[in-house]
Structure formats: structure tokens, C-alpha cells
Design a protein around this ligand. Structure first.
Ligand code: ZN
Ligand code: ZN
Length: 301
């Protein structure tokens, strides 16, 4: 693919888990997604990947989603979160950890009812943007898969359907494994580059696709670009990230790779996430010191 990655993209594309996602990253996509969100009026956010039956959602997704939601709220956008049962406690705990109750739309446990209520919310809120961060997206056979090629369809509500018919709305997908909403944009590359890629590749495409080492990092990249556009730092602090992840694990959040109820994300220790966030904040400060968001796009390369 043409173009090279700027420092923000380079940092969040760090493939610390050795997943082979580097070739899925599309240069400039995250910046363009952020520019679109910056110009929007309202955003409906969706996250939550359930790895095993009966469990709460994994720790990748909610923290980045909350970081993005808070940034957009601070920029005056109307922000709401769709919260089906497995992710609701994680989002509630995240709001408490930040001391800001989040505008959650709780969805019923029955999958078809959850989809119906999500559609009703979409119709009544009329957001300009619909964003999925680490949310299962159906593969060619209609199933949802984990990265090992096993079906997780039975315990993830079919909210990816919201992205299939999406007139009059800009959609953004953030993922790290090829099996999430948005990856339909790069499904052939997922098939070629990732283990079980041909099976798990999501067919659900979004207008913008952000691929990163973990989905939380992809969301942080969006916040970093929003910060450059707004002329102020909007990223959470590493200390806030610690509070978010610990609060999520306390209410049942699990690591999506190890399956453990431990303050890790995708098998990577919390300290690694905090350091990467700290570095991303430094990069953003540097970009802000160089000038405004327009000047900072010299990073396009
Ligand atoms: Zn993932
Ligand atoms: Zn992940």
C-alpha cells in the first residue's frame, strides 16, 4: 500500500503480540477518521468482544472507547454508548473510575432484542458517526470467530448489523485481529497475512478502518489526532488507564488472549500499555508544540 506511516501510526501499529497485523495498517486512515469525527456532531460508540460463554467482555476495547468518547464529549459532540449485557458492567465501572458517568444505552440480553433496541437508538439519536472498537464482525459464513478460528457467535449479539445498512452516516471500525467490524475493508489481506485469516476475516466494512497492535491503541490514535486538530491534549493519562483497566477487571472483564481476570490487555502487561500511552501523549505534545493540526499533518510522510 502506498504511503508511509506517521509517528502516531507507527507507535500504535507496534505488533507487540506478534499477530502479523502490520500489513493491514492503511497509512493516513486514522488521521482521516479523526478529521471526520472532528467535523461531526454526534457519535454512537460500540464496543465489547466476548471470548467465552457466560463471561463479561474482554479488556481490549472499552478503555479506548471511553477515551474516544470523553475526547469527543470535550469537543462538544453528542456522545452515546451502546452497551449490551457483557460490556455494560465494564463501561459503568469505567465511568466511575473516571468520575464521569457515561451516557450508556443498556441493551437487553436476548440478541435479537438487543439489535432492535440498538436500531431504535440509532434512529432516535441520529448521530453523524457510528464507531465500533473491538466488536465482532461477521465472517463470510455469517459466524463470528476468535483469532484461533473458533466460533464465538452464540455469545456476541449481532450488533455488527448496524454497519451493514448505514445510509447518511459515517462509520469507523477499530480492530487488531482481522475478525472485527471494519476489517471487511482489508479482508483479502487478513486472509493472506493472519493465521485462520480466511476463516475469521470479517466482511463488515466501515468508511474508515483503524488497525493497531491492540484496539485500545487504535482508539488512542484517534484521540491523538483529535488533540492535534483541537490544539489541546485529549488523551487519558497512564494513571487513568490503570484505573480503567483495574475497574473493568473488578467487574468481570477478562484478558481476551489469556482469559485471565487480570489487569492485562491482549496478554500484554498494564505497564506496557501505560508506557505506550505516555509516549503517545509525548508525541501529541510535540505535535502541538510544532503548530496546529494542519501543520502537524506534515507527518503524513
Ligand atoms: Zn481484536
Ligand atoms: Zn485486542
Amino acid at each position: 500500500m502506498a504511503g508511509s506511516l506517521d509517528p502516531i501510526e507507527t507507535l500504535v501499529a507496534l505488533d507487540a503480540g506478534g499477530r502479523g497485523i502490520a500489513r493491514l495498517v492503511r497509512p493516513g486512515e486514522a488521521r482521516r477518521a479523526a478529521e471526520s469525527l472532528f467535523g461531526g456532531a454526534g457519535c454512537l460508540l460500540l464496543t465489547g468482544f466476548v471470548v467465552r460463554p457466560g463471561e463479561a467482555a474482554e479488556t481490549d476495547g472499552p478503555s479506548g472507547t471511553v477515551a474516544l468518547g470523553r475526547a469527543l464529549h470535550r469537543l462538544g459532540k453528542a456522545v452515546h454508548y451502546l452497551a449490551d449485557l457483557p460490556v455494560l458492567p465494564l463501561l459503568e465501572a469505567s465511568g466511575k473510575a473516571l468520575g464521569e458517568p457515561l451516557p450508556l444505552i443498556p441493551l437487553p440480553g436476548e440478541p435479537a432484542a438487543a439489535l432492535r433496541e440498538a436500531r431504535t437508538a440509532l434512529r432516535s439519536l441520529r448521530p453523524t458517526h457510528l464507531v465500533a472498537i473491538e466488536r465482532p464482525g461477521r465472517a463470510a459464513d455469517g459466524e463470528y470467530y476468535n483469532t484461533r478460528g473458533l466460533s464465538v457467535t452464540a455469545w456476541n449479539a449481532p450488533l455488527d448489523r448496524l454497519f451493514l445498512r448505514r445510509r447518511g452516516l459515517v462509520t469507523v471500525g477499530v480492530g487488531d485481529g482481522g475478525n472485527e467490524v471494519g476489517m471487511g475493508r482489508v479482508r483479502r489481506a487478513v486472509g493472506r497475512c493472519l493465521p485462520h485469516g480466511a476463516t475469521i476475516a470479517s466482511t463488515v466494512a466501515t468508511d474508515h478502518l483503524v488497525v493497531a497492535g491492540t484496539s485500545n491503541w487504535g482508539a488512542w490514535a484517534l484521540v491523538a489526532y483529535l488533540s492535534l486538530l483541537a490544539g489541546r491534549q485529549l488523551l487519558p493519562t497512564p494513571e487513568e488507564e490503570r484505573r480503567l483497566i483495574e475497574a473493568q477487571v473488578e467487574v468481570g472483564g477478562v484478558d481476551g488472549i489469556t482469559g485471565q481476570a487480570a489487569p492485562t490487555v491482549d496478554g500484554l502487561p498494564l505497564a506496557l500499555h501505560q508506557r505506550l500511552l505516555g509516549l503517545l501523549r509525548e508525541l501529541t505534545e510535540y505535535g502541538l508544540a510544532q503548530g496546529d493540526g494542519r501543520r502537524a499533518t506534515r507527518w503524513e510522510g
